[in-house]
Ligand binder design. Structure first.
Ligand code: FMN
Ligand code: COI
Length: 388
């Protein structure tokens, strides 16, 4: 057994003193509870997806179409979920996905998430669109805690370089570059409420605190130039003109590992390898960008096949339970990024809520693996799965 599954025992033992978990241990129940504590706008922003939300549903349906076939009598007494991903040692194959604007879920926002990740030794991927700055989040995360940085590649190249330099200086070791959100998709829940957090000054902390950004708007952002600063953000946030050739620029300005997030097509995965990228993250942004897009889990095997051992393949979009993680790993992902469930944990319990989510999903993964005859993540293969 490991410390991860000991969490299960600790819950049962607390029950002897009549103490129960303050949040559900079935993480699929968190969304409904979060709706009760969040404003309609914040809930719509996190729970909503693009268009008719067909892809968000497809992401979940794809998990349901795969079933695990348990195996027994394989000596699963000693389990070890630890993995090394792009040079980062991790206690389990689960990272916290980049989620922007976290102060709409909890006043401490990314600071609470960073403290939770630091306490659990789990790698947090900080969004460029965070409500606290790169440096503040690093401090909350703690010295030596593993952290990666996610880049929304702005039009202004000097600003991009400044983000990368700040992230490097603050101890973020790997770079995640999100390809699929150079512009916001058609998101009816937000449109119907005319709600975009950025225009209300949320999720722009890294921009407003940046010397390159400040120079462009005539100095530090104050009431006097705030509107101009927001318009500059709108004009600069994403760059639809980027091509594969531009990746050379990133390689030149970041000396650690780089993973491209949002890859769905095997040819794009091959191009990422050709461009010298270290990893790809198979993701459809949780169905928040292209409504009608292929379910992320259905895109995974093709990308794994295309990349083989030439790059690390990570996965997100639809992970809700430990058995979801096992399925994604069995289909070839090295690790997964957990997203909405921890945002709901944050909304419901701040740092403790995020830690609860992390403990539950890691313990559930370990138990699912052991009860399926598997002791290490690299033993998971398509052989443990059948089509439902
Ligand atoms: C509220 C919210 C904000 C997000 N912000 C970012 C972001 O800033 N950068 C990024 O790369 N992805 C962002 N994502 C996408 C997640 O990283 C992840 O790809 C997606 O949520 C996975 O889908 P799932 O939550 O349904 O599992 C965001 C997702 C949500 C729900
Ligand atoms: C548009 C981004 C700044 C945030 C994001 O990725 C998202 O809301 O899905």
């Amino acid at each position: 057994m490991s410390a991860l599954a000991d969490f299960q025992n600790s819950i049962y033992l607390q029950g002897l003193g009549d103490v129960r978990p303050s949040l559900p241990t079935d993480l699929t129940r968190l969304e409904g509870l979060a709706e009760g504590v969040l404003s309609a706008q914040a809930f719509g922003y996190v729970a909503g997806s693009a268009g008719s939300e067909a892809t968000a549903r497809a992401n979940r349906d794809a998990f349901d179409r795969w079933r695990i076939v348990p195996r027994f009598l394989r000596d699963v007494a000693h389990r070890d979920l630890s993995v090394d991903v792009l040079g980062t040692a991790m206690p389990s194959p689960i990272l916290l996905a980049p989620i922007g604007v976290q102060s709409i879920f909890h006043p401490d926002g990314e600071l609470a998430t960073a403290r939770a990740a630091g306490a659990e030794g789990v790698t947090m991927v900080l969004s460029t669109a965070s409500s606290h700055s790169i440096e503040e989040v690093a401090e909350a995360n703690g010295d030596g805690a593993p952290r990666w940085y996610q880049l929304y590649w702005p039009k202004d190249r000097d600003l991009a370089v400044s983000f990368l330099e700040r992230a490097k200086a603050a101890g973020y070791t790997a770079l995640v570059v999100t390809l699929d959100t150079f512009t916001l998709a058609w998101r009816p829940r937000d449109l119907d409420q005319a709600y975009l957090p950025f225009l209300r000054g949320i999720g722009v902390a890294n921009y407003f605190s940046d010397p390159v950004f400040q120079k462009a708007v005539g100095g530090p952002v104050t009431d006097a130039n705030r509107d101009a600063a927001l318009l500059h953000w709108v004009a600069n946030f994403g760059n639809p003109s980027l091509t594969w050739d531009d990746l050379v620029f990133l390689r030149d300005h970041w000396d650690g590992p780089i993973a491209l997030k949002g890859v769905q097509h095997p040819d794009d995965a091959r191009r990422a390898v050709d461009a010298g990228m270290d990893g790809v993250i198979v993701s459809n942004h949780g169905g928040r960008q292209v409504d009608g897009a292929v379910a992320s889990l259905d895109a995974l095997p093709g990308v794994v096949d295309a990349v083989r051992d030439q790059a690390t393949v990570l996965f997100d979009s639809g992970i809700r339970t430990g058995s979801d993680v096992a399925k994604a790993l069995a289909l070839g992902a090295k690790a997964v990024l957990l997203a909405r469930p921890y945002a709901y944990g944050l909304a419901l319990g701040g740092q403790a809520g995020v830690q609860h989510v992390l403990r539950c999903i890691q313990a559930e993964l370990e138990l699912t693996m052991a009860l399926s005859g598997v002791t290490r993540p690299d033993e998971l293969s398509p052989e443990i799965l059948v089509r439902a």
